[in-house]
Design a protein around this ligand. Structure first.
Ligand code: UD1
Length: 416
């Protein structure tokens, strides 16, 4: 699973660029199943999750070429077939092939997906929406099957603004008959990127970024060259990396409005921020002030930045609280931070973080992708050496994070 050895204590200094967004590229790769024409996506981040999605598309019969951050996907010869547990459990977002397969081929059968162990991740909202569009859904023995004639117009109200359900239903509606309305949708920037991609291949989708999305079904789709948005969670992680090491870093290729909730909390914590059109300069100045955070769907504070912020607040000059409202098991990494000297109590969905004046290096285990990032950040700030085990989690979602931080003056080595 890989390990990182981090000799902490160096202030990060310099410039770092943000890669293409993981949570944009995965749904857009799935959306390529909606067309027989070739599509090119860039800049595709070199992530394990992207390679798993590529394997899944190839298994279904798509041709995928990846070269220097450009991915060309041609789904002309796709033949829908049962996707086994082996493939599906390697990636949560693998469930995003369901909507496009059903829309174009009217049949899909997939095993339940895997992904990070951060809490229960049902698919009921995806399936209720597809059923409302006329799909016949089977859900047994760990497999989901769906079939239909052509998907029908529907007016769907999501009980919760789920990112995955919004994306799956948007894609399902592209080749459906008539107009599909999806209400109480997720408003994440990656949904807007997916809408832009879909419209470029000939779909008629509007409303992404707002509460309601309307999709007018079309009969034909084409190809496109599409540029992905930058990864706002990677960007946020760099902001915290600079703050926690009391460094000074310019984070480039960032869309500041996508990270507004993080900027607001960092500002409140007393971190120096200068915001430009596509860059942010971060200056860490002594111990951060304590802040209270509640994770929420976008534009609220993202759950995917929760562990990184907890690492920062572990060093705050006072007591902070962080309430996790999206995934109920997302505090599993806290025991690892405690090994480094952090004082954190978890009560249900809330962590109470009593800031300490230093963390000390220890051997810690990454329990999921963002927990891994949080532990790396803690290791950068800690005294002496930290070894983060199971860093395969990190490579699922960050492109060369160790190399990026070493270029800013960190001392991180990969151990076998
Ligand atoms: C996406 C992101 C992930 C992020 C999450 C929340 C991708 C590839 N992944 O995951 O990084 O942490 O959004 O911002 O974009 N839920 C249900 N029923 C459903 C679907 C979801 O109850 O049918 C619940 C989940 O249990 C969870 C909440 O909704 O509590 C959020 O899940 P969702 O927004 O669907 O997250 P993902 O799309 O899986």
């Amino acid at each position: 699973m890989g390990k990182l050895k981090i000799v902490g204590g160096d202030r990060l200094q310099g410039e770092v660029s943000v890669s293409g967004a993981k949570n944009a590229v995965l749904p857009i790769m799935a959306a390529c199943l909606l067309t027989s024409e070739p599509c090119t996506i860039y800049p595709v981040p070199a992530l394990q999750d992207v390679l798993v999605m590529r394997d899944l598309l190839e298994f279904l019969g798509a041709r995928v070429e990846l070269c220097a951050g450009q991915m060309r996907i041609e789904a002309r010869d796709v033949v829908p077939q049962e996707v086994s547990q082996d493939l599906m459990r390697r990636l949560r977002a693998s469930n995003l092939v369901l909507g496009p397969l059903l829309s174009r081929f009217h049949w899909a059968r997939i095993a339940y997906p895997g992904g990070c162990d951060i809490g229960s991740r049902p698919m009921d909202l995806h399936l209720k929406g597809l059923a409302a569009m006329g799909a016949e859904i089977g859900d047994s023995h760990g497999f989901i099957s769906a079939q239909c004639a052509r998907l029908q117009p529907a007016d769907i109200q999501l009980d919760f603004p789920s990112v995955g359900a919004t994306e799956n239903l948007m894609m399902a509606a592209v080749l459906a008959e008539g107009t599909t309305i999806i209400r109480n949708v997720a408003k994440e920037p990656e949904i807007v990127d997916l809408q832009n991609f879909l419209n470029s291949i000939g779909a008629r989708v509007r409303g992404a970024g707002l509460d309601t999305i309307r999709v007018d079904g079309v009969n034909q789709t084409g190809g496109v060259v599409h540029q992905l948005i930058p990864d706002r969670i990677e960007a946020g992680t760099h902001l915290v990396a600079a703050a926690i090491t009391q460094g000074e870093v310019v984070v480039r290729d960032i869309i500041p409005e996508h990270v507004e909730a993080m900027l607001a909390k960092l500002r409140e914590a007393g971190i120096g921020l200068e915001v430009y059109a596509d860059a942010v300069r971060v200056t860490g100045r002594g111990r951060p002030r304590p802040v209270d955070i509640k994770t929420l769907p976008y534009p609220g504070f993202p759950t995917d930045m929760q562990p990184q912020m907890v690492s920062l607040l572990a060093l705050a000059d006072g007591t902070s609280t962080v309430t996790e409202n999206i995934f109920e098991k997302r505090f599993k990494y806290v025991d690892e931070l405690r090994r480094m000297g952090a004082e954190i109590k978890v009560e249900g969905r809330m962590a109470v973080i009593i800031g300490v004046d230093h963390l000390s290096g220890a051997v810690v285990q990454a329990t999921d992708l963002r927990a891994a990032a949080g532990l790396v950040l803690a290791g950068l700030a800690a005294e002496n050496t930290t070894v983060v085990e199971d860093t395969a989690h990190l490579d699922r979602g960050y492109e060369r994070l160790d190399a990026k931080y070493n270029s800013l003056g960190a001392n991180i080595a990969r151990l076998p």
